[in-house]
Every structure is written in C-alpha cells, then in structure tokens.
Ligand binder design. Structure first.
Ligand code: XMP
Length: 533
C-alpha cells in the first residue's frame, strides 16, 4: 500500500509482546507507523523509506546463538541517511552490541515498575527528570558502546538509557509504550518531534481520503465488487469505505445463519440500509444451517459444518448476483486487520518472533470459521490491512457508523451454535436468544456493558428440578459469562455485584420458557476458554 503520510516511522520487531503497542502509540502521536520483522532484508527496509526507526524489545538475548538480528547492512544504511533510531530493551541491546559495547546476563532480573533518574541531558528526556518506568529484562549493558554516554540510570543502578554523542541514536532499557511507564508518550514524542525533528502529519481523516483514492485507482471502472457483511465492525466499516469510493458498484451480501442474537438480522439490516445506505442482499439461510446441524453435538464438527455452509451460501448468492448483473464481480472486500496479517504470516526462521507468529497462527485457524476460502478467485480489497482495530473504529466514527455499533462486544463466526451445548435446534436457539437479550439489555441499562470485553448467555444441555408457581418443574439451565480482556487471548471473569446477577436470574427464570436455573461462570482464561465450546 502507498503509505498515507510522508513522516513514516518504521518499527523493526524482535518479538516483543508490546510491538503493536509501540505502533499504536506512534499513531496516537500523529505519525504513520509500520511494523516489519526485525530480520527484514535491507531492500525491504529501504523500500519503506522511513524517517525514523524504532527497534522493538524481544525475549531473546543478543549474545545467544540464533537470536534475531537485523540485516547486516542495516547500521550502514541508517548511518548513510543519518536516520534517528530508538532502541527499546532488546532493541537497545542490539545497538550496544553493534557499536562495540557489551551485554551480559544481569545478576538480578529487572521486572515491573522501577524508578529511573535522568543523569545527563538528552533530547529524549527534555523536561523529564525522575519517573517510574516499566522494566522487563534479564540482560544489562556492562560496557557502554563507543561514542555513546549514559543518560539515565535505574534505581538498581543499571544503565536505563544511552545516547550517541553525535548521531541521533538513542537506547532505552524500559518500555515507554506501556501505560505503566510515566511520561512514556512524552518520551516517544520527544524522540519523534525533538530528537528526529519530525512534524506530526497523520490523522484519521486524511487516511480515509487516501484509502478512498487508492480503492478508486485500483479497481477498474467496469469492475463490480462484492462483500460478505457479517454484522461485525470490520466488514461493516470496510464496506462503508468501499461504498464511498465505488458507490453502486459495491454489492453486499448478508448471510443470516439463524444463529445470530435476538433480532440481530433485522437490526444490522436496518443499520446497513437506513443509516449507512449500503446496497445489501439478505440471505435467510436459517433452514439450511439448522438442517446441516441436525443431530450434531461435537463442537468441532459444528464449526466445520457452519464454515462449509457459509461458503456454499455465499457462493450461491454470488452466482445469483452475477446473473442479475450480467457480469461476474471480480473484487472481494475483506475487513482484514493488521494483527490478522501478522498472525497469518509465515513464521520467521529464527528468534522469538517466530514463536509469536506460530502461536497466533494456531489461534487464528480456530477462529476463521465464517471466513471465505482463498480460491474464490476474487481480487481482494483489504483497506485495513495496515491498521488496528481501534483505528478502524475511528474510521467508522468518521464515516458515520454509530458508536454503540462500533463498541459492541465480539461475536464468534459460528454464533449461538457454540453457545448451545449439544444439538442446535430452532427451539434451543430461541431460548438462548431470549435469555441472552435479557442479560445484555440489563448490562446496558445498569451501565456495565462497556466495562466488559465480552458477555454471553450459554444454554446447557441438562435439566434440573425447580419449583415455579405451585408446581415442580424440570427445565434447562442458563450459564452467564462475562470477561474482561484486551485481546481475547487471556481473560478474567467479571466480578459482578451479586445483586445484579440475582436480578438477571430472576428475569430469565420468569420470562424465558424452558429455563428454571441460572448460574454464573467464575473461570478465567486460562484454564477455560471464553466460549464454552
Ligand atoms: P475462546 O473461546 O477461544 O475465544 O477463548 C476467544 C475469542 O474468540 C472468539 N471465538 C471465535 N470467533 N470464530 C470466530 O469468529 C470462532 O470459531 C470462534 N471461537 C471463539 C470468542 O468469541 C472470543 O471473542
């Protein structure tokens, strides 16, 4: 993609869990940032044409065989362009090692919040003296590199920051990108605007114009474009953007699997047509999906069946569209995000970046149910391939997508099928929908919805004895789940006030036919997953 702002910042990734946070902080400061693997070829780095470079942290040790290293020509290239460089943690250690300093295993690992004192004036610490910083490292600088001096020291007496005497090279042993570091954003801003002399030149609005222009140029004037709307944030915002670029040449297909939440199909259709004016065809495929799922209880089989049926339904709809238009749409819009790109890229050959990519890849393959296969023979339009979720939300807001839609909890591709334990029937789906609606509505009305990352009701395949009115009942159980999380990889159960849970339980047992008991899931992830199947 043509990068949208001249003052581009390149982040070379050495496997830190915080690399994406660095990218996000840089964008929050008004600069366009881009992450490449730390081992990228010099050609790839030169082609990007950064105005400043950040070397990320990482869990390896620079002195270990096989630890990830930059291309051998990197430092010559950076020198020849006099490019400002900020090395963070492992990134600083690479800088130290290359310039003749020494890194060794520290006697004591520095981990957590720690005081840092600035000892020598430095552009990075302009206006900053003492602050608390987040440390996470087991190695330390035992000999300063040639031409560098120490600029800050940790409370333990270790080297916390260095700067070159003449060149714009800076190293910090702590993590300015995490919120635990006081003045972290200020230090990054000092690097970009002070030390590097760059002016912030990136904002969401200009990005929308650039993306619209790019779509207009890349899609030939006679080409038709198709998009599968899922009712999720990414595909909705992507379709809205492409619609702005191409107007009537965009054709959206919304597959209602019958496994959506209460009134979900009608609600998202109203949003698409009345609010966003997207040209969308709704395919009511409940009978098809429930037919294929009849008699199936195994979670993995359910996922596979839904995935395959989704593709079959979409394919049929695309053929119908082709007949109506008299031509085959040649482009497909997808709401792929940058983290998806990283997660599905092949693992690098060495270093921890490989482990991260591989790990994420495994998780992804489980989550892409409801996606489309690569051999559909469309050219892809993926306007958000370089962006993060919160930025897509920002674009959505600019494009007039209502914020309550943009802030919705995640919802899995296989929908309620993985929340109905055992066989999926229309009756079970209706029962669950009703209970879920009561729960979500109460979360919203009691001001809790936005504090929670994801909440759901689950229908259990067991019956328990109860007493309602004058009689004994034998009905099903609803489990409630609510978790806080930042990315869904780990999660903590939400510590509701018991009064709230009691009120939800009362309403569900009184109003939902077939349910006489409600329980709350108090398990975090790990050991449990967020979904029950
Ligand atoms: P788990 O249950 O693995 O879920 O802890 C983590 C996050 O992923 C969502 N999830 C899915 N999303 N297709 C999806 O599109 C799936 O098959 C799927 N399974 C889980 C889940 O809702 C949570 O947000």
């Amino acid at each position: 993609m043509k990068h949208p702002a001249p003052n581009k910042i390149l982040i070379l990734d050495y496997g830190s869990q915080f690399t994406q946070l660095i990218a996000r902080r840089i964008r929050e400061l008004g600069f366009y940032s881009y992450v490449l693997p730390g081992t990228s070829s010099i050609q790839r780095i030169e082609d990007f044409g950064a105005k400043a470079v950040i070397l990320s942290g990482g869990p390896a040790s620079v002195y270990e065989a096989g630890s990830p290293k930059p291309a051998p020509e990197l430092w010559t290239y950076l020198d020849s362009k006099n490019l400002p460089v900020l090395g963070i943690c492992y990134g600083m250690q690479l800088m130290v090692e290359h310039h003749g300093g020494r890194i060794k295993a520290a006697d004591k690992r520095e981990y957590g919040r720690m005081g840092v004192a600035v000892e020598h004036p430095c552009a990075l610490f302009s206006g900053i003296r003492n602050f608390q910083a987040w440390m996470s490292h087991g190695d330390e600088t035992s000999k300063l590199p040639n031409g560098f001096h120490l600029t800050a020291r940790s409370a333990e007496g270790a080297v916390a920051a260095i700067a070159h005497e003449k060149k714009p090279l800076f190293g910090i042993q702590f993590h300015p990108e995490v919120t635990h570091t006081e003045k972290g954003a200020e230090i990054l801003r000092n690097f970009l605007t002070g030390a590097s002399g760059l002016k912030a030149d990136w904002e969401m609005r200009s990005l929308i114009d650039t993306l619209v222009e790019k779509i207009k140029t890349e899609v030939p004037a006679d080409a038709e474009v198709i998009c599968a709307l899922s009712g999720g944030v990414d595909s909705t915002v992507a379709a809205t953007l492409v619609h702005r670029a191409l107007g009537k040449r965009l054709h959206c297909i919304f597959v209602d699997t019958g496994l959506l939440r209460f009134e979900e199909g009608n609600r998202v259709m109203a949003l698409f047509t009345e609010k966003l004016h997207l040209p969308v065809t709704r395919i009511n495929a409940e009978t098809r999906f429930l037919g294929k799922l009849a008699g199936v209880s195994d979670p993995e089989r359910k996922r596979k069946i839904i995935g395959a049926e989704f593709i079959a339904v979409f394919d049929d709809a695309a053929k119908d569209l082709e007949r109506t238009l008299g031509t085959k749409p040649s482009f497909l819009v997808q709401g792929t995000l940058y983290p998806d790109v990283i997660e599905s890229s092949p693992a690098p050959s060495s270093g921890s970046a490989g482990a991260t990519a591989h790990h994420s890849h495994t998780i992804k393959s489980h989550h892409n149910v409801g996606g489309l296969p690569e051999d559909l023979q469309f050219k892809l339009i993926e306007p958000f391939r370089d962006l993060f979720k919160d930025e897509v939300r920002g674009i959505g807001r600019e494009l007039g997508v209502p914020s309550d839609f943009l802030e919705r909890h995640p919802f899995p591709g296989p929908g309620l099928a993985v929340r109905i334990l055992g066989e999926v029937t229309r009756e079970a789906a209706d029962t669950l929908r009703h209970a879920d609606e009561i729960y979500i509505e109460m979360l919203k009305s009691e001001g809790l919805y936005s504090k929670i990352w994801q909440a759901m009701a689950i229908l259990l395949p067991i019956k328990t004895v109860g007493v309602q009115g004058d009689g004994r009942t034998h009905k099903q159980v609803i489990a409630l789940r609510a978790v806080t999380s930042s990315d869904g990889m780990t999660a903590d159960f939400y510590p509701f006030d018991l009064g709230f849970l009691g009120r939800v339980s009362n309403r569900i047992c009184n109003e939902v036919r077939g349910v006489n008991r409600v329980t709350y899931d108090i398990t975090s992830k790990p050991p449990a997953t967020i979904e029950w199947e």
